[in-house]
Write a protein that binds this ligand. Sequence first.
Ligand code: SF4
Ligand code: SF4
Length: 409
Amino acid sequence: MSYIEIDSLETTLSSDQCIKCNICTASCPVAAVTDKFPGPKAVGPQLQRLRQPGALSQDQSVDYCNNCGVCSLVCPHGVQIAEMNAIARSVQMDRDGVPLRNRMLGRPEPLGKLGSMFAPFSNIPLAIPPLRWIAEKTVGIHRNAPFPSFTRRRFRTWFKRHQSDNIIGRRKVVYFHGCSTNYYEPRVGEAVVKVLEHFGCKVSIAEQNCCGLPMQSNGEFDAARENAKSNIEKLAPYVRENYIIVGSSTSCTLALKHDYPNILGLQGRDVDLVAKNTYDIFEFLAELLEESDIDPRFRQVNEAVFYHPPCQQRSHFMGQPAIRVLRQIPGLTFEVSTADCCGVAGTYGLKAEKYQISRDIAETLFAQIDRNDPERVLCDSETCRWWIQGHTDVNSVHPIELVAEALPR
Ligand code: SF4
Ligand code: SF4
């Protein structure tokens, strides 16, 4: 299988479309809380001109961009600011070296394999304050940054025992579960399979690797590209067999749909095939229910919840499909977050020098949750869920878990 790697010229050249309206800077959650980051316009299109070959910018502030994507979303002239910043960070890391901390945080797959093998003992060091203090001083991971617990029971093991192959579904779905579902939250994957099968889908799981986004956002593009190529090689044959790729982590699905071609610069028939046939679970489910005019016959769920759509989900440009589905559950009441970003942005908020910035960004969201006093917080992104639960003490779950609970018995 062959790939063409381009240098994402379209992305970098989009800086020429900037008319300096400052809408992006007014919307940037990081620029709003710190002087260390001059904002998307200054660090994106403005600095891009100084980043041309031979004129390498020495400005380090791009590392403070958390890649939430809000700037690219609001720019009226289509400047791909967040993408441009991700590329600039990787050039900077190539030049200056990737810190050990970034290499660790960028590799949830080997960490997850090891951690789940030795769970629950592997969770103990994270709960010992002096060890967290040492980790902060030596590696730069903040002592108060919340981490999820490894689980010994992996999702893939559960799925193998599950008799999915015997289910004759009208639609064939290959589930991209990602690292978090396999090593930390197998319950999310179980809910996805249960819901999809209930609505007549035949679910398979492909061999897969980490989507590569954690490496990409920590500046390791070459390593991220290896994972991306490996995933494309494993998923494209399913698409050729008329499967649809569905994922439950909005950041993994965004990587498959958008980041592989637009940030990592991978081009080719199979890259397109995977990108065009990947769906977020709620994007798929909302369309399935609406197109097929299915009456889901959800059970009554008398609960008040709070829904935070993560920024990665907004970058899919698919609206709010989770709300379209949750609205059909009788008895469920939910308040929707007005915050653009919870602050953590993947692994950004776990870093010692960025933790307080992330906490400050989160204030709007945490205050709204506090006022609302929900029984649970729903959020489609795992790192946001862990961050929210770790700081608010409110149980945070994926919205698909609630849908699974509402299925008729
Ligand atoms: S919103 Fe777009 S056009 Fe306006 S300053 Fe930002 S990059 Fe330039
Ligand atoms: S991606 Fe987010 S943090 Fe980075 S410049 Fe854009 S709005 Fe700001």
